[in-house]
Design a binder for this molecule. Structure first.
Ligand code: AVJ
Length: 320
């Protein structure tokens, strides 16, 4: 067999792996190197993110859980009638019970691109809520999703916790919100988590913790490229950096070369000069006004902002 053929046999590629390859090669070929944050979450990356959520410096998960736990009654009141809950990116769905315990749900529709994740979270929820009809949908939720026909006549409540929208540039965030608007319909509601702007020292610590877990999370992306894309990135010569971009009101994560380096990925050659970075994540922070503008641009009318006691995080309820 030819060399190319052998290569293919050794590295059979799924659509997802092809997308990873394309994003990495395109991102490393740019003038300012950047790789989309969605590629952090392989098995190891997902484990490291779980660890991050337990760090003393990383407040968002705890703050959002506090809101969901303590304001269930207020949600129920604001939401009014019974609705089918549509969760976007229901990967592990560990915040879902907090919502389902607070409101009256007629059904649950988790949407995730990974069928495997979906099956796991459905099994857990089915056990906990034996009478709740569950309709899993394996789909890319960044595009409008067809809701199962059985739910005709149900009014829908979208649920998008975790401040994942913060990873998106505003224009991509607006596209996503418009897609959700199409998915949820004219009488739809949306409950979405967004992280609040706060003093930069608090943000810096949350994204560069003392134990180095966030650094390991960021560096795992380079390791993943080496593992899955036949890469030779010298990971020991990269350093985790978290910087506050004041103008864009976002934390950026970068991998910075400590000296000039060169490496291969999928047979292609790349270099980084000392101090040059690969931009790996944006985490946009919003105030109420900024959140409202984003939602309005995405076709949603903000109704209420729920925040934790310490005012670190908000969950916004909006209507179509
Ligand atoms: C999962 C997108 C909410 O932006 O805070 C945590 C990911 N990155 N630490 C975030 C993350 C670094 C996280 N989100």
């Amino acid at each position: 067999a030819s060399v190319a053929r052998r290569h293919e046999l050794e590295f059979p590629r799924t659509a997802l792996q092809m997308a990873f390859r394309n994003d990495v090669l395109a991102g490393l070929s740019q003038e300012r190197k950047a790789i989309p944050a969605r590629w952090f979450y392989d098995l190891r990356g997902s484990q490291l993110f779980e660890e991050i959520t337990a760090l003393p410096e990383y407040y968002p998960t705890r703050a959002e859980i506090e809101i969901l736990t303590e304001q269930g009654g207020a949600f129920a009141e604001a939401i009014g009638r019974q609705r089918a809950v549509v969760e976007f990116g229901a990967g592990s769905a560990n915040k879902t019970p907090l919502l389902l315990d607070g409101i009256e749900a007629s059904a649950y529709v988790p949407i995730d691109i990974s069928g495997e994740f979906l099956r796991g979270s459905c099994a857990t929820l089915a056990q906990r809520y034996p009478r709740l009809p569950i309709f899993p949908v394996e789909a890319d939720f960044t595009r409008p999703v067809a809701i199962p026909g059985e739910l005709q006549g149900h009014e829908l409540l979208g649920f998008f916790p975790g401040s994942t929208i913060g990873n998106m540039e505003p224009r991509a965030g607006v596209d996503l919100l418009r897609g959700m608007r199409a998915t949820l319909g004219d009488d739809g509601l949306l409950l979405i988590g967004m992280d609040l702007i706060k003093p930069r020292a608090v943000l810096a610590a949350a994204y560069d913790d003392a134990a180095g877990v966030t650094a390991a999370f960021n560096l795992n992306l380079a390791r993943r490229i080496n593992r899955e894309l036949d890469g030779t990135i010298p990971v020991d010569l990269l350093r985790h950096r978290a910087v506050w971009n004041e103008r864009r009101e976002r934390i950026e994560m970068h991998l910075e070369a400590v000296r000039d380096i060169s490496f291969h990925v999928c047979g292609r050659y790349f270099t980084l000069l000392a101090g040059e970075t690969i931009h790996t994540e944006n985490s946009h922070k919003y105030d109420e006004r900024g959140a409202d503008l984003l939602l309005l641009a995405g076709g949603w009318e903000p109704l209420r902002h729920f925040t934790d006691q310490a005012g670190r995080f908000m969950v916004v309820l909006a209507r179509a």
